[in-house]
Design a protein around this ligand. Structure first.
Ligand code: A2P
Length: 281
């Protein structure tokens, strides 16, 4: 059973979702159709991934076949060149059109972009608060925000971000940031929960998997869930999608969780760019 994590008084998010970073736009419809067939109901995309239209097609087909929109949880993210207020409004409307939906469940600022727009992501977020007010976003949040970005946002916005989606996996546990979020009522969502597949060969992970008769990916995902993090593994292979989905049924002992906690490599474990230097516009 996938747990639903509360994000607000009226919104919950399935703790295990399906990520779509690097899912080819041409394949997106088929990949999402297979994820929905397997039971995933939480789908995470972004303007940057350029696959919203394919995902929208799969969602529309699923709704046409009887899945209720209310049972789906759809996240998308504001692309980095779109932070200026009119661009936020225009591209959000385009995302809704591409996704073939009248609202998303979660809309995130993808990167804080501190070296552009005078680092004014607070204004960007205040525009996103309009979508909360008009019902086109059920919740809003951020991604790749460090504690100093969050300090600034909490001081300047009306709304506490529901989520901070950050790189987090056994080799990069991002503990200080995760604790900050939890202390401020911001749900932690792990991107690249499998460390882009790199942690799956780790001897501790494979050892635990062998003993419990589950796969390395299931060990890692069960660790995220035990920590209370939302995780969005992605796979283009149906068998792996199934395997990852079934991780919700896997339970680790306190001892195994502690062994995985010891795998943290700090900054050396990061697979993506540090948000303070991210500059892809
Ligand atoms: P693929 O899409 O070819 O299945 P992350 O979510 O941490 O970024 O990891 C995604 C990477 O891990 C992708 O390369 C994906 O490959 C691979 N992957 C996803 N699920 C599994 C799994 N259960 N076993 C092995 N590799 C996986």
């Amino acid at each position: 059973m996938i747990v639903n994590v509360p994000l607000s008084e009226s919104v919950t998010i399935p703790q295990l979702g399906f990520g779509t970073y690097l899912v080819d736009p041409e394949q997106a419809s088929d990949v999402i159709a297979s994820a929905l067939r397997l039971g995933y109901r939480h789908i995470d995309t972004a303007q940057m991934y350029r696959n919203e239209a394919g995902i929208g097609q799969a969602l529309a087909n699923a709704i046409g076949a009887g899945i209720s929109r209310r049972d789906l949880f759809i996240t998308t993210k504001l692309n980095t060149p779109n932070h200026l207020p009119d661009d936020v409004r225009r591209t959000f409307t385009q995302s809704l059109q591409d996704l073939q939906t009248s609202y998303v469940d979660l809309f995130l600022i993808h990167w804080p972009m501190p070296m552009y727009y005078n680092g004014d992501f607070v204004t960007t977020f205040r525009v996103m608060e309009e979508f909360l007010a008009d019902g086109r976003a059920r919740t809003i949040g951020v991604s790749n925000f460090e504690t100093h970005h969050l300090d600034k946002l909490l001081a300047g916005a009306q709304t506490v971000p529901a989520v901070n989606q950050i790189e987090l996996h056994p080799y990069f546990q991002n503990r200080e940031l995760a604790s900050y979020c939890q202390e401020h009522g911001i749900a932690v969502e792990s991107w690249s929960p499998l460390g882009r597949g790199r942690v799956l060969q780790d001897a501790t992970i494979t050892d635990i998997g062998r003993r419990l008769e589950i796969t390395p990916a299931q060990v890692v995902l069960a660790w995220h869930l035990a920590k209370g993090y939302i995780a969005i593994p992605k796979s283009t292979h149906e068998e792996r999608q199934r395997e990852n989905f079934l991780a919700a049924e896997c339970v680790l002992s306190e001892e195994d969780i502690a062994r995985i906690d010891e795998l943290d490599k700090g900054e050396d474990g990061r697979t993506g760019q540090h948000p303070d230097v991210f500059s892809r516009l």
